[in-house]
Design a protein around this ligand. Structure first.
Ligand SMILES: [Cu+2]
Length: 115
């Protein structure tokens, strides 16, 4: 009887470890905020690490630019940016090198350096 209890406890511990590992796997280990202002993306240059999941939060704070959408062409990501609403983009850079992000019309530009 006591042995069975121990087994159940051990099983629960293994399960807890697995669940923790899974949730950490899905959690971005780096978060960055990028604002869209009159000047464009701020900051407009980001540096990221290869294979490290990232969450970039974009907030458009102006109506004076055409930055109503953000596009990461290499990762086929594009999202509308409503005024003053944070929009999260999550991905994992898998290649080293420069990566561009732009507005929907490729006028505002930003750069991600993946190392
Ligand atoms: Cu534009």
């Amino acid at each position: 009887m006591k042995r069975r209890t121990l087994l159940v406890l051990a099983g629960l511990m293994v399960l807890a470890v697995i669940v923790t590992a899974q949730s950490q796997k899905n959690k971005p280990s780096k978060t960055i905020t990028v604002k869209i202002t009159k000047k464009g993306f701020e900051p407009k240059e980001l540096s990221l690490q290869r294979d490290v999941p990232v969450r970039i939060t974009f907030i458009r704070q102006t109506t004076e630019t055409c930055g109503t959408e953000v596009v990461f062409p290499d990762y086929k990501i594009s999202k509308p940016l409503p005024l003053n609403k944070p929009v999260n983009i999550e991905f994992t850079p898998t290649k080293e090198g420069d990566l561009k992000f732009t507005c929907g019309m490729d006028m505002l530009r930003g750069k991600v350096i993946v190392q």
